[in-house]
Design a protein around this ligand. Structure first.
Ligand SMILES: Nc1ncnc2c1ncn2[C@@H]1O[C@H](COP(=O)(O)OP(=O)(O)OP(=O)(O)O)[C@@H](O)[C@H]1O
Ligand SMILES: [Mg+2]
Length: 264
């Protein structure tokens, strides 16, 4: 069980600011000239905050995370980590996708240390690899190859790989979406433990309203495409959160109503 106190841990996270970000894609078919994915989207995340993003399929959640990750560029608008504009990928921003995307030819240890190798700092940071193997509970699996891992274990490797470079921002795009309900609930606690250990600023994209309420301090609800922030909802419940408490269920039905009420 996690007992998270957000005020007593030194924060590794940085603030994030998304300002009037618009993203237009060339249309994938010939029926339209262009496709507006994000429309002047703006929001800010405080250092160490864990914010969930929920919204209908195709509203631009992955597009947004790719822009913050520096894997793509906005058509207009600006993105900042702290006071620095995002201009490309950086080890300061760790990404984890629904598919853990491990290197199948590398052992668990080598997958986790890949970021340190890329930065040329493996020699001095080697002890961190053992620390992160322990942190995600895989010290007994260091020499195993990915095809021997369960979905939950593979996702823990992906998390350790993203965290080992001590990112200031962690971007999670439905990282638990492919897991069964029980593994998923256990992994939610594990992700919360990891977050608690460093207070990395975390953006979690999820389709699961319960997951968003259970994990985050704040939930951003996006409009259907073109994506913008429709609502920002504070989750002011004590941790560890009780998924069956009246307050939890009230918030859940309030959010569900936003998705089921007819469009005005
Ligand atoms: N490279 C691209 N070229 C053209 N259109 C794209 C591209 N990437 C995304 N899109 C379109 O932009 C819109 C937003 O896509 P995105 O993947 O960000 O949605 P999403 O909110 O992550 O959806 P889901 O919940 O299904 O993962 C979609 O209509 C998608 O088809
Ligand atoms: Mg997506």
């Amino acid at each position: 069980m996690v007992a998270v106190s957000e005020n007593t841990v030194a924060t590794e996270g940085a603030s994030l600011r998304v300002k009037d970000v618009t993203k237009v894609f060339a249309a994938r078919d010939s029926t339209a000239e262009r496709m507006l994915a994000l429309d002047a989207m703006s929001f800010a995340v405080a250092p160490g905050e864990l914010v969930s993003i929920i919204g209908p399929s195709g509203c631009g959640k992955s597009t947004l995370l790719r822009l913050i990750g520096g894997l793509d560029f906005p058509t207009s608008g600006e993105l900042y980590v702290g006071t620095e504009a995002i201009t490309g990928p950086s080890s300061e921003r760790g990404l984890v996708f629904q598919d853990p995307c491990l290197f199948p030819w590398l052992t668990v240890r080598r997958n986790i240390q890949a970021g340190l190798v890329a930065l040329g700092v493996l020699r001095e940071k080697r002890s961190e690899v053992n620390y992160f193997l322990r942190l995600v509970g895989l010290e007994g699996f260091a020499d195993v190859y990915p095809h021997h891992l369960s979905g939950g274990m593979a996702q823990r490797v992906a998390l350790a790989r993203a965290l080992i470079t001590h990112p200031k921002i962690l971007l999670l795009d439905e990282p638990l979406g492919a897991l069964d309900a029980f593994t998923r609930m256990r992994m939610q606690d594990e992700v919360l433990d990891l977050w608690q250990a460093r207070l990395t600023t975390t953006l979690l994209v999820t389709h699961d309203i319960d997951e968003a309420i259970y994990m985050s301090r704040r939930i951003l609800i996006m409009t259907p495409r073109p994506g913008r922030v429709e609502r920002s909802i504070e989750v002011d419940l004590p941790r560890p959160r009780d998924r069956s408490s009246a307050e939890f269920l009230d918030l859940r039905s309030e959010i569900l109503k936003l998705f089921t009420s007819p469009v005005s």
